[in-house]
Ligand binder design. Structure first.
Ligand SMILES: NC(=O)c1ccc[n+]([C@@H]2O[C@H](COP(=O)([O-])OP(=O)(O)OC[C@H]3O[C@@H](n4cnc5c(N)ncnc54)[C@H](OP(=O)(O)O)[C@@H]3O)[C@@H](O)[C@H]2O)c1
Length: 457
């Protein structure tokens, strides 16, 4: 391998693989003059070599359906995995590392489940392992967060598809917005990974490893998605001064305890996260020494993802080390807990419209020592005379999630409910202090708010 010329094999040539090929092949001269490296795509693994690939002009002999062709090609120095899935991808990457290739992947699901073992294998073989494209659409996030010393909290919108749906849900029903997202190419026909929060969970696992040095077990993380959120919830949240966002959160809850969870939450409209619209992502961290820092940008797509992969290729060229905290060197010794900090809550219950129903439900909250700070009651049909179902929204003062859940379980045992209740935490981009600040303006008085420093490549 010369120091400036690298042979690249792509595993996959779909949305992202096509973008990487276009970038490397179309900008050869620019890349060489700016960075001093040549990245030659020598092999591309696909399932169907006869497929037309959106006008991509692929050189003769590039495509193969046999991974062994790549493994035995001595001109391949770097394997870039953009095919997705865990099988056979994981085996391919372990083989590539064992054979002495550097590896770069965009695969969130693979990293969320096997990231630690893959990086360990790369280190055993003294090879670079790039994963920037698997955590957010903005590769600058990775070096910035790794340079932090004592992160106490990480809060982010990690999934563009769900953010698009939640942004549009004010105007249309969930199914209509989902259909629009599929038509625009923001959501796949099988959207469950996104809408059920699994994609957010996988990215949160990678981001938490970078922030806290802990590789979380995906089975430990409580995940709820957005399929239960309605147009009405978005409307009530707006009326109360909030936006609904699907958040991935990891934070220190006691000296040596780290928690992590994924779920839709109410975010004050004054918070920077509430202003993230469409398919963008945004991640905020609180570092004891560096203060509050956040970054927002396009969360996915061909170009943003290809650029994240390119930044890893430049790292290979420069002989940089893999930016993945070494488990053995972690100085914080954090243990995982499912215990969450108390929070304020939004609860919507749909109930049969009968006299005293509001007072009855309120009694359950009172018995469990939960303070109601605001109430909205609306009939589901226009005429109050014919209305049979009423939505009641309760805003609850700080309490434990399990106390709210207890009330909902109690209500479930009565005949009051006319549907599944919705319970959402109230969160914000980061907690500025140990006490929960209730708006971004309040928290901004005591912390430094600055963008994470973009890295020059
Ligand atoms: N799309 C995004 O915006 C985005 C953003 C960040 C990360 N990612 C990640 O990047 C990866 C790729 O995403 P994508 O959107 O580019 O997917 P995609 O458009 O479906 O492309 C997948 C490619 O991999 C090939 N492939 C799949 N399974 C294969 C197998 N078993 N053997 C050989 N080739 C196989 C396919 O070959 P054929 O073309 O012959 O079918 C196709 O070229 C995923 O892990 C995804 O999570 C995507």
């Amino acid at each position: 391998m010369s120091n400036t010329r690298f042979g690249v094999a792509l595993l996959g040539c779909g949305t992202v693989g096509g973008g990487v090929y276009e970038l490397l092949n179309g900008q050869i001269k620019d890349i060489e003059s700016k960075y001093g490296f040549q990245f030659d795509v020598r092999r591309i693994l696909v399932r169907d070599p006869k497929k037309t690939r959106n006008g991509l002009k692929l050189g003769a002999g590039l495509l193969t359906t046999n991974f062994d062709d790549i493994l035995h090609d001595s001109n391949v120095d770097v394997v870039v995995e953009v095919m997705g899935g865990e099988t056979p991808t994981k085996e391919y990457l372990f083989e590539a590392l064992r054979s002495g290739r550097h590896v770069i992947t965009a695969n969130k699901a693979l990293m969320g489940a096997h990231g630690e073992r893959l990086v360990e294998k790369a280190r055993q073989h003294n090879r670079f392992f790039g994963f920037s494209a698997s955590v957010t659409g903005f590769h600058q996030f990775v070096p910035s967060i790794v340079k932090s010393i004592m992160i106490t909290e990480l809060v982010g919108i990690f999934n563009g598809t769900t953010n698009f749906i939640l942004t549009k849900l004010a105007q249309k029903s969930f199914d209509e917005v989902l259909q629009e997202a599929i038509t625009l190419g923001y959501a796949e026909a099988d959207h469950h990974n996104d809408t059920e929060g699994l994609d957010t969970r996988n990215k949160l696992i990678v981001a938490s490893k970078l922030a806290f040095g802990v590789f979380l077990n995906y089975k430990d993380i409580l995940v709820s998605g957005i399929t239960g959120i309605t147009k009405e919830d978005v409307g009530y949240a707006k009326e109360l001064g909030y936006a609904i966002k699907l958040l991935g959160i990891s934070r220190i809850v006691e000296d040596d305890k780290l928690t992590a969870f994924v779920g839709p939450a109410l975010v004050p409209q004054t918070d920077p996260l509430a202003r993230i619209e469409g398919v963008d992502n945004s991640i905020w961290v609180h570092d004891k020494f560096r203060g509050v820092q956040g970054m927002s940008a396009a969360g996915a797509g061909k170009d943003a993802t290809a650029m994240a992969i390119f930044s890893d290729l430049v790292s290979v060229g420069r002989g940089e080390k893999t930016l993945w905290p070494d488990a053995a060197l972690s100085h914080r010794n954090l243990k995982f807990t499912r215990n969450q900090l108390p929070a304020s809550f939004y609860v919507r219950v749909d109930v049969r419209n009968q006299p005293g129903v509001l007072a009855n439900i309120s009694k359950h909250f009172a018995r469990n020592k939960i303070n109601i700070t605001d109430v909205i009651q609306r009939s589901k049909v226009e005429s109050p005379i014919t209305a049979v179902v009423t939505s009641i929204v309760f805003m609850l003062g700080p309490t434990k999630q399990k106390s709210v859940q207890k009330v909902l379980d109690e209500l479930g045992e009565t005949t009051t409910l006319a549907g599944k209740p919705v319970m959402l935490r109230i969160e914000q981009s980061v907690q500025a202090d140990a006490t929960i600040a209730h708006s971004w303006e309040e928290s901004a008085k005591s912390v430094r708010v600055a963008p994470l420093q973009p890295q020059t490549m």
